[in-house]
Design a binder for this molecule. Structure first.
Ligand code: HAM
Length: 410
């Protein structure tokens, strides 16, 4: 028997319904904040991701050569593609641009619960605004979107200036190496790396910075960092808006394009793979042939949100099964149409079963059976049977539909 590729998943209807319901909650929040959906290709020129996404991601990429000899990659994330698209298609559009996406990404990682080789991100990118208000808006939107899903999480907000100030004597590649260890919380690796770089004394300040959750302490540890006013303004906007977050100056982010504010969210009830959101301010446009453009965005790890929501049952559709005798079939089709036109999920027998067998099947697959026999054809009414309680009544079609619609809105 053939199996799906490692690290991928199949989704059965129950799961797809739950996923779509959560996806739509996120979409609705994005819409209310004025973020409009964009879509980019599933694969891009490899170079788009090797330029600035960072070593970690590059190592995990699915890379292939097409028949024309072009080096391509399945997208490991979507930010770089959105910025490329902005330069190609919307460079002259009025700023800021508020864009969002819901799309799959591919990373060749070691699969485990919450870590897949194909996974979905719900992301937003705010392009062309370089202010504390912009940074704060994106963080507020992140919190709103997670709140809408019902997931329980902790939001951590930080700023790269502090860490970068401590590492300012290191060359950029060495800085990135140090930050990659911090991102992975690999403190032994960090100590070794600093020793190799002949900067072992940095370990204490870095550890103090990572452990500090207070702005004044962070300034004390890291010295006068650039963008102090903006950091303070961002934080006071979040406080004024009542966003629940904690400060964390140990956030290093795994991708290399971040420039200032960074934030991550962690689900309360997941194990090792509990990061459900990551984002921050970044600059990529100038690397792809555009003007230097400040941007800020985040992506939610949709699959992890779904794992975290876990057993929380999503409200299910009420299902109607139309059960009919052969001479009731024509009327049954009209009745089914009327239920469907009212937005009710309605199924009909396709197996040429007798009335009894149809009812037996309905009791396994539906909430109500609507019976159309000779009597119902003659009277124009329907017999509606609650398949859980066994209760049934013969009433007008409109009344039957109104009853089911009322159930749905409870
Ligand atoms: P990222 O932190 O690499 O950031 O990914 C965002 C989220 O995607 C993670 O927090 C995690 O929840 C989820 N994720 C990552 N890898 C996997 C995986 N293998 N399986 C399941 N979920 C995963 C970005 O991708 C940036 N583009 C975010 C961003 C947007 N920054 C600015 N704008």
């Amino acid at each position: 028997m053939l199996q799906k590729p490692r690290g991928t998943r199949d989704f059965l209807p129950d799961e797809m319904e739950a996923r779509r319901a959560t996806e739509w909650r996120m979409r609705e929040v994005a819409r209310r904040w004025g973020y409009r959906e964009v879509c980019t290709p599933e694969f891009e020129d490899l170079e788009l991701f090797t330029m600035r996404s960072g070593e970690g991601i590059v190592e995990e990429m699915y890379v292939f050569e097409d028949k024309g000899g072009r080096k391509l990659a399945l997208r490991p994330e979507i930010t770089a593609a959105v910025v490329r698209m902005y330069i190609n298609e919307a460079k002259v559009a009025p700023k800021p641009l508020r864009w969002c996406y819901f799309a799959d990404c591919f990373r060749y990682e070691r699969p485990q619960k919450g870590r897949y080789r194909q996974f979905w991100q719900f992301g937003v990118e705010l392009i062309g605004a370089d202010t504390a208000a912009a940074d704060a808006e994106v963080i507020m939107l992140a919190a709103d979107m997670l709140n809408a899903t019902g997931v329980r999480y902790e939001l951590k907000v930080g700023h790269l200036s502090f860490m970068k100030n401590l590492l300012k004597d290191l060359e950029p590649p060495a800085q990135r190496r140090v930050m990659a260890h911090i991102d992975k919380k690999d403190f032994d690796g960090l100590t070794d790396a600093l020793r190799t770089m002949e900067k072992p004394e940095l370990a204490d300040s870095l550890v103090a910075l990572i452990g500090s959750g207070d702005l004044a302490d962070a300034f004390e540890i890291a010295g006068q960092v650039s963008g102090k006013d903006r950091i303070e303004q961002t934080i006071s906007t979040l406080d004024a808006a009542g966003v629940r977050y904690s400060l964390n100056f140990g956030i290093a982010r795994g991708l290399d394009y971040y420039t200032g504010t960074v934030f991550e969210a962690f689900a309360d009830n997941l194990g090792a793979e509990n990061q459900i959101l990551g984002g921050g301010t970044y600059r990529l446009a100038h690397l792809f042939g555009g003007d230097d453009t400040a941007s800020c965005g985040f992506a939610i790890g949709f699959d992890r949100v779904m794992v975290s929501l876990g057993e929380v049952r999503q409200k299910k559709d009420t299902i109607i099964s139309i059960v009919c005798t052969e001479d009731g079939r024509k009327r049954a089709l009209e009745v089914a149409r009327a239920f469907r036109d009212s937005g009710i999920r309605t199924e009909m027998d396709l197996m040429e079963r007798g009335l009894g067998a149809q009812l037996a099947h309905a009791s396994k697959s539906a909430d109500f059976a609507v019976v159309i026999g000779k009597r119902e054809v003659e009277s124009g009414e329907v017999t509606i049977k609650d398949l859980k309680s066994g209760e049934q009544k013969t009433i007008g079609l409109k009344a039957a539909i109104a009853g089911v619609v009322a159930l749905g809105s409870r």
